[in-house]
Design a protein around this ligand. Structure first.
Ligand code: KG4
Ligand code: ZN
Length: 336
């Protein structure tokens, strides 16, 4: 079974072909990605209308490229998958429209995939895929969740953010420090030159006794520090960036350990854009290593949005029989 996957929920256009044979973990044949970061940079954030228009420009050339590199022709594709949501409505509609048009033209079934399930299952694209069950720490620009994952489609929410997402905390703090967009990687790069203990920043809900997160207060604390420093901010920016990163990572790691304790599981999967963060990886690896817990990440290039995770999630859902692909002549998206 060959699955063509299309991702267009935000500012990356991704297309991929994944092959599922028998009961084994499906295999990535090829993927292609176009990031719109350069285009949105001038505006300090994603401009939805520009994002949609760029997806339209990119998606078919990317699909042609992926098909050529995966050694198959369009008629060989058995199922077309697309990101149904969450994301920007106009951007989602591009992927959905293309997927359903291809499905209709080829007479092949189409499958809408939840973007977060794509992130959640993206570690299965790595050379060393996890085994079920595991705890998942899902940390993206819009979501921060801890989940118990017992199998494909069997997800129990253990905790989540009550306000900002971890990626949002990175992005908003980066903006306050004048680091531009996308903030997470920029703040993380600057943090490498700073002292994470130079400032005391809050670790909200650390001792709340549950597995929920809160990051909105951190952004306010960063703003207060920045204001206090005034003209001296420039010289201390790397320190403040390092302290911000340390505060976010500290909470993510400690709550992840608490989720492992609560579930009694010995495996954790980290997925979503913030999963690319080096400090998070180092601290989680160290803490889990001490407990004999295995940590799985997606390949670094597949941490942020991509088509491979959408094709993979569709292939795994079909393989597990939790969803059936159907001919779709009308489509919908779920922005929220
Ligand atoms: O999963 P993703 O690509 O898109 C969403 O579904 O949201 O995640 C994007 C988020 C952004 O907030 C971005 O700043 C953050 O992931 N991010 C990082 C890093 N790389 C991406 N945050 C911290 N450190 C990084 N290296
Ligand atoms: Zn994402």
């Amino acid at each position: 079974m060959l699955v063509l996957g299309i991702e267009s929920s935000c500012d990356e256009t991704g297309v991929a072909v994944v092959e599922a044979t028998g009961p084994g973990v499906p295999v990535l044949r090829a993927h292609a990605l176009h990031s719109q970061v350069d285009m949105h940079q001038a505006y300090g954030g994603v401009v939805p209308e520009l994002a949609s228009r760029d997806h339209i420009r990119r998606v078919l050339p990317l699909a042609q490229d992926v098909l050529a590199r995966s050694g198959c022709a369009l008629p060989d594709i058995d199922v077309v998958a697309y990101t149904r949501g969450p994301g920007l409505a106009g951007a989602l509609l591009v992927g959905a429209g293309v997927a359903c048009a291809l499905g209709a033209a080829l007479g092949k079934p189409v499958l809408g995939v939840h973007h977060l399930e794509g992130h959640l299952l993206s570690p299965f694209l790595s050379r060393d895929p996890p085994e079920f069950p595991f705890v998942a720490l899902l940390v993206s620009g819009g979501h921060t969740q801890l989940m118990q994952v017992d199998g494909v489609g069997r997800y129990a929410l253990l905790g989540e953010t009550i306000d900002d997402a971890a990626g949002e905390a990175f992005d908003k703090s980066a903006k306050l420090l004048g680091l531009g967009y996308p903030g997470g990687p920029a703040l993380s790069r600057l943090a490498e030159q700073g002292d994470p203990e130079a400032f005391k920043l809050p670790r909200p809900l650390l001792h709340s006794g549950d597995l929920d997160f809160s990051f909105a207060g951190l952004k306010t604390a960063v703003l207060t520090q920045a204001k206090k420093l005034g003209d001296g901010l420039e010289a201390r920016k790397a320190d403040l960036a390092a302290a911000t990163e340390a505060a976010i990572v500290d909470v993510l790691v400690r709550k992840s350990l608490a989720a492992l304790d609560a579930s009694g599981l010995q495996r954790i999967v980290v997925a979503g854009g913030v999963g690319a963060n080096r400090r998070l990886r180092a601290q989680l690896d160290a803490a889990c290593g001490r407990r004999g817990v295995r940590v799985h990440y997606p390949e670094l290039a597949l941490c942020t949005d991509n088509g491979a995770m959408i094709a993979m999630a569709a292939a795994m859902r079909l393989q597990a029989g939790v969803q059936e692909a159907q001919p779709l002549y009308a489509f919908d998206v779920k922005p929220r």
